[in-house]
Design a protein around this ligand. Structure first.
Ligand SMILES: Cc1ncc(COP(=O)(O)O)c(C=O)c1O
Length: 456
């Protein structure tokens, strides 16, 4: 495979243009992200010339333990070398039993685990389980929520760009503003709501809950007979400096959804951790033993990846590292926020950080900002992320469509030296963005021209 990769890697963009999603190639080329990465190790990616990049996307959060971790690689190789009785189907998986036991040890108020193959599949399972457990049809979700792109999960998507063109979606889904307890209570009042599914920290925009929001929301759900479901697919497994993000607010959900980093970045996996009474309603009789599932669920490679990931998180104290490095970064960005008028807010927990930019006060900057933003809302952030990649070898992106927030989601293994790299790179690029005229605003004009032509 390494050989095949080496022989064809220069054709990757042409192959994707021809055979896959060509629009993605156009996006990469337009913003100069067509670097052609050739190697990944830990928190770093390397291009053809061997230049090292710091990866603050971590494959949208899957590489919490870093890319190609040796423990994970050994675990996967040992499965392949062991002739294990994988996916017998008319048997049960030993490795799934071990991984379930270890996950439940970290989340003691849950009793059962259902394994899926992705985040969206975990959300689909939670929707079905909630309906089966309560006998109710409705699901409440939040504005700006992201729970995946399959039909059930898409029906809980709080961003219209993803929904457009795919309707009709699942009926009986009710959208409420995030951080709005009164709206939630109103929605729950119908007594038709099976579950409130919420990200403890919203990934799109990196929006934090008010201090009492999740606890009060869980209590409202309990009072109205609605299940409280925490989608920890992005925030879970140490990302925010705790095993689960809900631990920051002492909340115990009825279901917790995991995926992304449980895979170690290599074998897709998802998990629904649930209270026993929910499972008992779904898998209620022998003839319902297979009423929900999927052929590849609980496969040995995925289970081994999960077991190895939990081992690495503990043996390398990565959750504590996420908390420490996150504090260091947030401190550094807060100090920068005081100095730059284009920077409006810095927020986050652990290694899930958003840096929000916004309209400046001074006349010269404001008119440049307005031109760029008139061409395409959110375009300004590309004037930050492109030089970060080109000049500072930092890979990061915005926190959503039309967003003014640059998001950092690095592997949890980053070091103090990496934090210094991030802070000095941002400082330099943001300082440059305050110079008008300057290289950054020239780049802005080029991108704005592209956007005005329709980005086709
Ligand atoms: C909070 C959350 N839920 C669900 C998903 C969907 O996961 P997947 O892409 O594995 O289907 C994502 C993916 O970004 C996510 O961030």
């Amino acid at each position: 495979m390494a050989d095949l990769f080496a022989r064809h890697e220069r054709e990757r963009y042409a192959m994707h243009q021809r055979h896959l999603n060509g629009q993605m190639v156009k996006v990469l080329q337009a913003i100069g992200y067509d670097v052609g990465f050739c190697r990944g190790q830990g928190q770093y990616l390397y291009d053809r010339e061997g230049a090292r990049y710091l990866d603050l996307l971590s494959g949208f959060g899957v590489f919490a333990i870093g890319r190609n971790h040796p423990t994970l690689r050994d675990a996967l190789k040992s499965v392949l070398d062991s002739d294990l009785p994988n996916l017998v189907q008319m048997d049960v998986s030993t490795l799934a039993g071990i991984l379930a036991e270890r996950l439940l040890a970290r989340v003691p108020y849950a009793d059962k685990v259902f394994f899926a193959n992705s985040g969206a599949e975990s959300v689909e399972a939670a929707i079905k389980f909630a309906r089966a457990a309560t006998g109710r049809p409705g699901i409440v979700y939040c504005d700006h929520a992201f729970h995946g792109l399959s039909y059930g999960a898409l029906s809980l998507n709080g961003d219209d760009i993803f929904r457009g063109g795919f309707e009709p979606l699942l009926p009986e889904c009710v959208r409420v503003p995030f951080n709005d307890l009164a709206a939630l209570e109103k929605a729950l009042h119908s007594k038709k709501i099976a579950a409130f599914i919420v990200e403890p920290i919203q990934g799109k925009g990196v929006i934090l809950p008010a201090d009492d929001y999740l606890r009060e929301a869980a209590e409202l759900c309990r009072r109205h007979g609605t299940l409280f479901v925490a989608d920890e697919i992005q925030t879970g497994l140490g990302r925010t400096g705790r095993f689960l993000a809900v631990e920051h607010w002492n909340v115990e959900p009825d279901m917790v959804l995991l995926a992304k980093s449980l895979s170690g970045g290599h074998v897709p996996v998802g998990a629904v951790l649930a209270k026993k009474h929910i499972f008992e309603k779904v898998f209620s009789r022998m003839d319902r033993a297979v009423v929900h599932g999927s052929t590849f669920g609980k496969n040995d490679l995925a289970m081994a990846a999960g077991i190895a990931t939990l081992d690495v998180l503990a043996s390398e104290s990565l959750i504590e590292n996420a908390a420490r490095m996150g504090e260091r970064l947030l401190r550094g960005f807060a100090e920068m926020n005081d100095r730059y008028e284009l920077m409006h807010e810095v927020r986050g927990k652990g290694l899930m950080i958003g840096i929000e930019f916004g309209q400046p006060q001074s006349f010269k900057l404001k008119s440049s900002w307005n031109i760029i933003e008139a061409a395409n809302k959110g375009l300004f952030c590309q004037l930050i992320t492109i030089p970060l990649l080109k000049e500072h070898k930092i890979l990061c992106q915005v926190a959503g469509h039309a967003s003014h927030t640059v998001k950092l989601l690095p592997p949890l293994v980053i070091s103090e030296a990496d934090c210094d790299w991030i802070l000095s790179a941002f400082d330099s690029v943001v300082a440059e963005s305050h110079r008008v005229p300057g290289a950054i605003w020239s780049l802005g004009k080029t991108l704005a021209g592209h956007a005005m032509r329709g980005g086709r």
